[in-house]
Design a protein. Structure first.
Length: 245
């Protein structure tokens, strides 16, 4: 029994039929990574497109779509008022985007594999740092945090917010803060310079050890202060809002 013939997808058909379906799903995932959808159907469509040698077209269109989405996020941040909620809102949008990139990296897994094969075929060594999820997360840093608009206004406001977040009276879910700090650090270690003490709380070995004796002295001092001051009141026991993170 002969196998059924493979349906040919031209570049025009890709642009008018396949990409609009893929783009619509990508947009929904970017807005709500918890969205329930048929992952198998999505991956099947990507597989068909890649199998017809449209990997470069698909990759270029995906990057353009993500870039436009990040441009909207940037404008949103620029329009936010200068208040204590900026850091919280920034963290929430950042985490949603990171969750979305993970979902997309699964959906576009076959595209990523094929691009790596093309690199190898062209004599370029496969680069693990160029995986789709790493690339998309780096785009957030390049196009939002480090955007030169208004003299790096977003980066400067984020730096100020990270200083404010360190204040014990700042109300933020500690689990959200941990995910936010680790996410920023995974994009670039340079973000730790915005508030080294805050990043040291969540990134192991960020600060070189000063020796067991010095660390023990600091720990004993902290425990002694707790005996007299009690545990800090505020956000330490807030209900976790991002259970899926």
């Amino acid at each position: 029994m002969k196998a059924p013939p493979i349906t040919r997808i031209t570049a025009t058909q890709y642009s008018t039929e396949c990409w609009p379906k893929i783009a619509d799903m990508v947009k929904k995932i970017l807005l709500n990574p918890q969205l329930k959808f048929s992952q198998a159907e999505f991956m099947s469509l990507v597989y068909k497109v890649v199998g017809q040698n449209h990997s470069n077209l698909l990759f270029d269109d995906l990057i353009k779509l993500i870039s436009n989405h990040l441009e909207e996020i940037k404008r949103f941040f620029l329009e936010l008022p200068d208040d204590q909620q900026f850091g919280l809102r920034f963290a929430q949008h950042f985490i949603i985007y990171r969750q979305a990139t993970f979902v997309l990296s699964v959906g576009f897994n076959h595209l990523e594999k094929n691009l790596l094969k093309l690199q190898k075929h062209d004599g370029q060594p496969p680069n693990a740092s160029n995986t789709l999820v790493i690339l998309l997360n780096k785009m957030f840093g390049d196009k939002v945090i480090l955007a030169p608009d208004h003299n790096f206004q977003i980066k400067n406001r984020l730096s100020t917010s990270l200083q404010t977040i360190s204040h014990p009276n700042y109300q933020i879910d500690p689990n959200l803060l941990m995910t936010f700090i680790k996410g920023l650090y995974s994009i670039s270690r340079e973000y730790a310079d915005l508030n080294p003490q805050l990043f040291e709380m969540y990134i192991p070995c960020l600060r070189p050890t000063r020796g067991l004796q010095e660390d023990s002295r600091e720990t004993n001092t902290y425990l002694t202060n707790l005996q007299y001051q009690g545990f800090p009141v505020g956000n330490c026991f807030l209900k976790r809002k991002f259970d899926s993170i």
